[in-house]
Design a binder for this molecule. Structure first.
Ligand code: KG4
Ligand code: ZN
Length: 336
């Protein structure tokens, strides 16, 4: 049995978790800063770094305590080193390096998006690669061939905004608080998605790629025009139509990629994978094609350290360890 301690601090959650053999969660502690960032309408990087520095030690201690383990029982320390807010990442990376140095426990660097994908290994213990994965978070929208636990190939990407970013910005213009995507889902998922029509943005020569900035601009324009006329914004129906338009792009491109590349197993990951409209539409598409479909359980869709510990297990099996000169990186492709 291999026990991995995961540490995650790439954005606005300080998280630590212990996972056994990549699949069994022994503890999962998440300290969210969302209430503080809400005041500013989005994550303030400087504040995020400071809160991570304050929280990381007690969050790691709590993760060990909840798992009823001591540090000496841990076989590897996995930490998110990229991508994310650089100051935020550095807090987790440096803490993990200190722990590793003091204890002699090996250090495993984990890519944040690889972690999001691994949240599915925790939710569905029998799930194994290869599969096609739609990764949709606040910062990324990718269609990825997951050939093996540590072998990835990006086949589709966004040319501008990520899906979560577009949802957050649209929601903010509708007067909803941060995180907008989540609040939009709560308010608008039952609305009439035919109330407003949006175009289907295509990227020339890249059939699996996304572009969400045009959609986002059209929804912002609709809201501004209504406001100028002194009319109320119908958040429920406009939100439903927009969420449907974004989900439609995600689902249609994933369907095309799966058909062309011959995948019959579809996996969705990242914060936006919690979205009810995306879940429903992807569900219908996979049912129609008789494909298997996997989502993380709702509690593991957002940022957490269990997914980092899970991926850390598979990275360590491949011998992907770091030395104490490990650095954090704000950007880093998943397939490097
Ligand atoms: O993966 P994540 O927690 O952080 C990043 O790695 O970026 O994703 C955060 C994103 C935010 O844009 C948030 O609005 C969105 O996920 N999100 C949702 C839902 N829950 C979180 N978007 C749509 N529907 C949701 N239920
Ligand atoms: Zn994330």
């Amino acid at each position: 049995m291999m026990k991995v301690l995961g540490i995650e601090s790439s954005c606005d959650e300080t998280a630590a978790s212990v996972v056994e053999d990549g699949r069994k969660i022994l503890s999962n502690v998440v300290a969210s800063q969302v209430e503080e960032h809400k005041i500013y309408g989005g994550v303030v990087p400087e504040i995020a770094s400071r809160r991570h520095a304050e929280a990381v030690s007690s969050v790691v201690e709590k993760a060990l305590e909840d798992a009823q383990l001591k540090l000496k029982d841990i076989d590897a320390i996995a930490v998110t080193y990229a991508p994310g807010l650089i100051g935020a990442l550095l807090v987790g990376v440096n803490y993990a390096k200190g722990l590793s140095y003091a204890s002699g426990i090996p250090l495993v660097p984990v890519h944040h998006l690889r972690g999001h994908i691994a949240s599915n290994y925790l939710s569905t213990p029998e799930l194994e690669p290869p599969f096609l994965c739609l990764v949709v978070s606040g910062g990324h929208s990718h269609i990825i061939e997951v050939k093996d636990y540590t072998d990835f190939k990006i086949v589709g990407r966004t040319h501008d905004d990520a899906a979560g970013e577009a949802l957050d910005k649209a929601a903010r213009t509708m007067g909803l608080s941060y995180p907008g995507g989540l609040n939009l889902d709560k308010i608008a998922s039952k609305g009439d998605y035919n109330a407003y029509q949006f175009p289907f943005p295509r990227v020339d020569g890249c059939p699996y790629d996304f572009s969400f900035s045009g959609l986002k601009t059209s929804v912002i324009n609709i809201i501004h025009n209504l406001k100028q006329k002194g009319e109320e914004v119908d958040v429920v129906n406009l939100g439903a139509s927009f969420m449907h338009a974004v989900s439609n792009c995600l689902v249609k491109n994933t369907e095309k990629a799966a058909r062309d590349l011959g995948y019959k197993k579809i996996v969705v990951a990242g914060g936006v994978s919690a979205n009810s409209v995306l879940r429903e539409m992807m569900g219908e598409t996979c049912k129609k094609n008789k494909w298997e479909l996997y989502f993380p359980q709702l509690s593991l869709c957002g940022d957490n350290a269990a997914m980092i510990a899970s991926q850390g297990y598979y990275e360590s099996l491949k011998g992907n360890f770091a030395t104490l000169d490990l650095n954090a990186c704000a950007t880093m492709p998943i397939d490097k």
